[in-house]
Design a binder for this molecule. Structure first.
Ligand code: FES
Ligand SMILES: [Fe+2]
Length: 364
């Protein structure tokens, strides 16, 4: 009983970009087929993109680190001796041991594998291979930690698995300029909320990117009543909503923003406070959703402000997560193949799907 269902491979092979007025959504199997997730691992997450991976507040001085994973890849993010952020696979080149198992901490001056104690500099170079005398044709230079590209924009850390990815600033295009008056870099980390969803990461992204569902799913949000306008650039789209009122009920002076940076980063808020979301693909049907709230220092220290903000964002998440999960289940139904998009409210989704398909088709 597969009548009317298009296979993901067939869809990828036949896909041609269409304007949003004519476009259909990606077929359901693009969200549910494990082979698509493998292709995404290789061509998208492993390709020439930059993935948002965390905040600078998670690191301290040289030797501080945190561990994370994205698209099935375990990562170790470290501040080196020169205070630069470095990213490595959290995998030892000796026999695949884990370099660090805690969520965060300090390494001191070297990274030591937990399995047999090989140690590496904070730049990843092998320093000591314990009791390795007599091993022939062993070149220590070939046994440094496998590194990824790492860079920062404002207080956020990005990594790229591809050595051929463009510099981060080039990848961001004119997005930083467009956000300049929001003074993002002046806000400090106030709180973190973490969730797991039994849904494909693209459903999580698309739900976060469109405001079409707001009056139905989040009627409590003031922005749900606002007007809406948007811009779309290379790898980002920005939705702008009025009236300029924060989810916590207090006024910023600039319009409310919904920034979507392909493929896994989202900023929602105004010039007073905002939350960033990291969409963390784990498997074809499992996605992490992590929110970091930012505010001016005085508000970030204010427990009442934080509690109110967190209750508000949690209220939205507990409405969205079951929704994403039910759509994921429905996309396995033989009763749905592909849909259509509102030109006014869902053009960010069209933009996202075109970027995604470009990567999957061309591997770029
Ligand atoms: S696996 Fe790391 S030292 Fe052996
Ligand atoms: Fe939502």
């Amino acid at each position: 009983m597969t009548v009317g269902r298009t296979s993901a491979q067939e869809y990828i092979d036949q896909w041609v970009p269409m304007p949003v007025e004519k476009a259909e959504t990606m077929v359901a199997t693009m969200y549910t087929d494990p082979e698509v997730f493998k292709l995404e691992q290789e061509r998208l997450f492993g390709g020439k993109t930059w993935l948002a991976i965390g905040g600078l507040h998670q690191l301290d001085g040289p030797g501080s680190y945190f561990t994370t994973s994205i698209a099935g890849q375990p990562l170790l993010i470290v501040k080196d001796q020169d205070d630069r952020v470095r990213a490595f696979f959290n995998v030892c080149p000796h026999r695949g041991g884990m370099l660090a198992s805690d969520a965060c901490g300090s390494m001191g001056r070297s990274i030591q594998c937990q399995y047999h104690g090989w140690s590496f500099g904070l730049d990843g170079a092998l320093r000591t291979a314990r009791d390795f005398e007599g091993v022939e044709d062993f070149d220590p230079d070939q046994f440094g930690l496998r590194a990824l590209q790492a860079d920062t924009w404002e207080q956020f850390i990005f990594v790229s698995f591809s050595p051929d990815a463009p510099p981060l600033l080039e990848f961001l295009g004119d997005m930083p300029e467009r956000l300049e008056r929001y003074k993002i870099g002046e806000k400090v980390h106030a709180f973190t909320q973490e969730y797991e969803e039994r849904a494909n990461w693209k459903l999580v992204w698309e739900n976060a990117a469109e405001l079409y569902h707001l009056p139905f799913i989040h009627p409590q949000l003031p922005v749900a009543k606002g007007t809406h306008d948007e811009v779309r650039g290379g790898n980002y789209s920005i939705g702008v909503s009025g009236p300029p009122e924060s989810v916590d009920g207090a006024n910023g002076t600039l319009p409310y923003l919904d920034v979507n940076l392909f493929p896994n980063f989202n900023i929602v808020g105004d010039d007073r406070s905002f939350v960033v979301a990291y969409i963390v693909p784990h498997a074809v049907d499992r996605t992490g959703w992590r929110l970091d709230g930012y505010a001016p220092q005085n508000l970030a220290n204010d427990e009442r402000f934080k509690e109110g903000y967190m209750a508000s964002t949690d209220g939205v998440n507990v409405q969205d997560i079951p929704l994403n999960e039910s759509v994921h289940r429905n996309l396995q139904s033989f009763g749905f193949d592909q849909g259509r998009l509102s030109v006014r409210w869902e053009s960010q989704i069209h933009h996202f799907q075109n970027l995604l398909m470009g990567h999957l088709r061309d591997g770029s």
